[in-house]
Write a protein that binds this ligand. Structure first.
Ligand code: ADP
Ligand code: MG
Length: 252
């Protein structure tokens, strides 16, 4: 029997145990167990509707699990007494749709949560924002409005905005799926450099070359379960299960 204070859990970035999630009669997650170590990059792949987004959303409690336990950086987020806002502050999330504030400049998009949530003063917030804009290669865009940027640039701003909160881990849900093909590479390059800097990342993606090159581990989901997981050279290059082979044959 493990206990709440088991060190193996405390050292992990994410630990998911026996996770179930239903929407009414529809059971979307049917018992998920997996973990992400600090500094690890894990890519989640699988067909549309397999529960990938729901899994990600259960990690920061945008969805409430029906059963099971989710622990993030040592804090059990499924504990009913948890201060979820505090936990969410430690988790950066980047979605398919960039969700920038259209009426704010790029710099303001990066400072608003720092000032309101972290209570940083303007100078400190702008310092952090500028450092992160440089990191995503958009230092020249701080006075631009989102509508003046390409989709790829908007997504890089969204990544810089998440980084400005100095999260302990980053969740990405198909961050390049809404982009024109020629804009995908710049976003993946930013994510690759984050990974190289040691950021803990859980990434839902259909970009198999990214998964193969950057992921420490690939998780294949289908029908609300993890069918197989392992290093990309096994799961992507040499899958053990028929369902994984069928999926890869369609996306590769
Ligand atoms: P994926 O990200 O792998 O495409 P999702 O996690 O988005 O899959 O969705 C898995 C299933 O759950 C789908 O059948 C979807 O329609 C359903 N689903 C997701 N969110 C909701 C919701 N809020 N209410 C009802 N059904 C949902
Ligand atoms: Mg999804």
């Amino acid at each position: 029997m493990r206990t709440d204070r088991e060190p193996a859990t405390a050292g992990r970035a994410i630990q998911v145990e026996g996770l179930h999630k239903s929407f009414g009669a529809l059971e979307v997650l049917k018992g998920i167990d997996f973990s992400v170590e600090r500094g690890e990059v894990v890519c989640v792949i699988g067909p549309s509707g397999s529960g990938k987004s729901t899994l990600l959303r259960c990690v920061n409690l945008l969805e409430e699990p029906t059963a099971g336990r989710v622990t993030v950086a040592g804090t059990e987020v499924t504990d009913p007494d948890v201060d979820i806002d505090r936990v969410r502050r430690r988790i950066g999330m980047v979605f398919q749709s960039f969700n920038l504030f259209p009426h704010l400049t790029v710099l303001e998009n990066l400072t608003i949560a720092q000032r309101r949530v972290l209570r940083r003063d303007r100078a400190a917030a702008e310092r952090t924002a500028r450092a992160n804009l440089a990191r995503v290669g958009l230092s020249d865009k701080e006075t631009a409005y989102p509508a003046q940027l390409s989709g790829g640039q908007q997504q890089r701003v969204a990544i810089a905005r998440a980084l400005s909160m100095e999260p302990e881990l980053m969740l990405f849900d198909e961050p390049t799926s809404a982009l024109d093909p020629e804009l995908v590479g710049d976003v993946l390059a930013v994510m690759r450099s984050l990974a190289q800097d040691g950021m803990t990342m859980l990434v839902v993606t259909h970009e198999m070359s990214f998964a193969r090159e950057v992921a420490d581990r690939v998780v294949f989901m289908d029908g609300g379960v993890i069918v197989e997981e392992g290093p990309p050279e096994r799961v992507v290059a040499d899958p053990q299960h028929e369902r994984t082979r069928t999926f890869l044959a369609r996306v590769l």
